[in-house]
Design a binder for this molecule. Structure first.
Ligand code: AHR
Length: 322
């Protein structure tokens, strides 16, 4: 009997030691508990998004003390709400959301709050009551639009200019805010909007929508505002196929500052690019850790964005990270 009790005690001790060991190893040492985070990403629509996903996965690594449950919603709001529900049901320690659209969040965020799971917004803002999330980390989309529009106003604002716009995902914060910012900067200039349609932040749709614009307006178009690089890059094919020269016959201003976007600028096919920094992972991870530790965090952290003309793009390209 004594021998049996001894064996049971030994097995128990081994189990405790093993559990402690695995938590400690995954937690980066020191025996810290692994933080399980559910990340509801929009999808994989653009080069910017690929860089953002990579930055998040690197920051929320097991070496940094996290277990990441990643979901990409294919840019469908209903998929994203379902993912957040599933994170709540799995009892994660925190939820991070890059929201496809600004609306429709209240109910699921209330559920997360009732389950005492903090929510941190990444990249995109939403319309919900701010008490339903702990913090937001992202870029100032309105300012990006203002900067892009400021370039258009100062370069083309005194000559009659017909503009077409490739909008991002309808109802998304960047599509809404970049449009507002751009409009405010070109107000009172001689730039008029011929047409504005969504290209869903993708190259394929940017090309298709631009083909439609060209069929409808032909060589009346002087300026394209692409709300992200990918749509502008897709439009290049349509413009060339129509026998026009991008960057000359049709000036192009876009937002993101990906390697591909800056290459098009350096080649003279784009004319101006405003940066939107996707490398947010480390800051989001640090805010998540602070929130879980009960530390006070700011309600909003805004990344700094640059803007590029052709010379600046040539200089930036050799060391560009995304
Ligand atoms: O929310 C950021 C935007 O989403 C980027 O500009 C775009 O490329 C992405 O898909």
């Amino acid at each position: 009997m004594k021998k049996l009790m001894g064996a049971i005690a030994a097995i128990g001790l081994m189990a405790v030691a093993l559990t402690g060991c695995s938590a400690g190893a995954a937690g980066g040492g020191g025996g810290h508990k692994v933080i399980t985070v559910g990340f509801a990403q929009t999808g994989s629509e653009s080069g910017w998004r690929a860089a953002n996903t990579q930055s998040m996965k690197e920051a929320f690594s097991s070496k940094n003390g996290f277990k990441l449950i990643f979901n990409a919603a294919d840019n469908k709001p209903e998929n994203q709400i379902a993912a957040v529900h599933s994170f709540i049901n799995q009892g994660v320690d925190a939820i991070v959301i890059a929201a496809v659209v600004t609306t429709g969040w209240d109910d699921v965020l209330k559920e997360a709050k009732d389950a005492k799971i903090p929510v941190i917004l990444e990249d995109r803002t939403i319309d919900a009551d701010p008490s339903l999330y702990a913090s937001w980390i992202g870029d100032d989309f309105k300012k990006e639009g203002e900067t892009a529009g400021g370039w258009a106003a100062s370069t083309l604002g005194t000559t009659a200019t017909n503009m077409v716009v490739l909008e991002g995902t309808t109802g998304s914060a960047p599509a809404i805010d970049r449009a507002k910012g751009f409009s405010s900067s070109i107000a009172g200039t001689s730039i008029t909007t011929l047409d504005s349609q969504t290209g869903n932040f993708t190259r394929a749709d940017g090309k298709t929508v631009m083909e439609g614009f060209l069929q409808k307006y032909g060589n009346k178009i002087n300026l394209l505002f692409a709300q992200n690089d990918d749509m502008g890059l897709g439009a290049l094919d349509a413009i060339k196929a129509a026998g026009l020269t991008p960057g000359k016959d049709i000036k192009i201003v876009s937002i993101d500052g990906t390697k591909d976007g800056l290459t098009a600028l350096s080649d003279g096919q784009f004319n101006y690019v405003v940066e939107c920094n996707p490398l947010l992972g480390d800051q989001v991870a640090s805010v998540v850790k602070d929130v879980i530790a009960g530390k006070k965090v700011d309600k909003a952290y805004t990344a700094k964005d640059l803007a590029f003309d052709q010379a600046a793009a040539k200089e930036a390209l050799p060391t560009r990270k995304y």
